[in-house]
Design a protein around this ligand. Structure first.
Ligand code: NCD
Ligand code: ZN
Length: 358
């Protein structure tokens, strides 16, 4: 039996408010616990998007009533809410500021670079700023971070050119950190990794950033030391939506991240120390998270099993990793002294999760 600290996932789409047929604060935190995750940071691209006091409270009230693990809620950067100097208390209630600098699913988007400036200037210096920025936009975000002297965290890095630029920026002493998602480590645009190709609609391969080339995937593995965090970008949509004519991008990921990574450890591609560093130590530091006393995850590192969506807790009902044979099963999760998950059963009650900023 392997004992890990409570894992932290800094990139989760909860879907509440607004799209609870995909997921809500109850189901997403059940999925988190089943995956060994005891803290999630929730993205603001909900309906309505989270961008001011009223909408932040909408999300936090739902979380308070329903969450079964600890949580934080990001606030989104919009065209009109860059005056953080006038609303410092509000900014400190959020997990951090999420900036969508590229096209995305939802309404929060900053198409014009002049809209970035007030956020970089006025968001509190010690509070995390997370960028959805791909390729050249990422380079621009790193430049903004140096000009305005605010550290940035780059979400879901997927390309070789991106990881190499972050490596070079870190070597220059620029305060940039980054995360990589399991689907960008284990799947690629040639559909390597998808098991049932005959039943695969194009919608089920849609995710942002898109699945990349095998060379990009390889570069992420080669540059593991540049990766600060693993994050799921858990983005649940129903199969009906994914198989429709206009499929939304996104994969669920909370319940598959740890078994996939433990399988990579078993194969010698990764170490347990990498896991602890990128799923606990680094995200805890980068996002200024409080201690979770008496919290741990027990994993049977020798248990092999097949990933089946029918056995998951997420409401979306599917996974791109269907049929994968993995080694490493979460047996038990203890959160602040109480058993929250054991042998496939959720024991934590709705509402027992704590806001990491309260
Ligand atoms: C995200 C979602 O579904 O909310 N989808 C995704 O593919 N990652 C939105 C986004 O990050 O663009
Ligand atoms: Zn996302």
């Amino acid at each position: 039996m392997l004992k890990l600290p409570g894992l932290i996932d800094p990139h989760v789409h909860v879907r509440e408010p607004g799209a609870t047929h995909k997921e809500d604060w109850d189901t997403v935190t059940q999925a988190a616990l089943a995956g060994g995750v005891t803290t999630i940071l929730a993205m603001p691209n909900t309906k309505p998007p989270i961008f001011d006091e009223a909408t932040l409270n909408l999300a936090l009230d739902a979380a308070k009533a329903k969450a079964r693990c600890d949580y934080g809620q990001y606030i989104g950067a919009g065209p009109d809410n860059g005056d953080w100097d006038k609303r410092e208390a509000l900014s400190l209630q959020a997990a951090g500021l999420k900036m969508y600098l590229d096209s995305t699913f939802g309404e929060l988007r900053l198409d014009d670079m002049s809209l970035w400036t007030p956020h970089f200037q006025k968001f509190p210096k010690d509070s995390p700023m997370v960028m959805h920025s791909e390729s050249r936009t990422m380079a621009a975000a790193i430049l903004f971070s140096t000009i305005y002297d605010h550290p940035v965290h780059i979400a879901h890095v997927s390309l070789k050119e991106e990881i190499l630029l972050i490596k070079a920026a870190k070597e220059k002493g620029i305060k940039v950190t980054c995360e990589v998602c399991p689907h960008h480590l284990f799947l690629d645009k040639d559909l390597t990794g998808f098991k049932n190709l005959s039943g695969l609609t194009s919608g089920r391969t849609e995710v942002r950033p898109r699945l990349a080339t095998p060379e990009d995937v390889q570069s992420l593995w080669i540059n593991l030391d540049v990766i600060d965090c693993f994050a799921t970008d858990h983005a649940p949509h129903t199969l009906e939506e994914k198989d429709s004519d206009n499929p939304p991008p996104g994969f669920p990921g909370l319940e598959t991240m740890l078994p996939l990574l433990l399988t990579a450890v078993d194969e010698g591609r990764l170490t347990i120390n990498h896991l602890i560093e990128k799923l606990h130590t680094n995200p805890k530091r980068i996002f200024n998270l409080p201690d979770q006393p008496e919290t741990w995850v027990e994993v049977d590192e020798n248990a092999s099993y097949e990933i089946k969506a029918s056995e998951t807790f997420t409401r979306c009902g599917w996974t791109p990793f269907e049929g994968w044979q993995v080694k490493g099963k979460v047996r038990k999760v203890v959160l602040r002294g109480k058993t929250a998950f054991e042998d496939g059963k959720i024991l934590a009650e709705p509402g027992c999760g704590k806001n990491i900023r309260s």
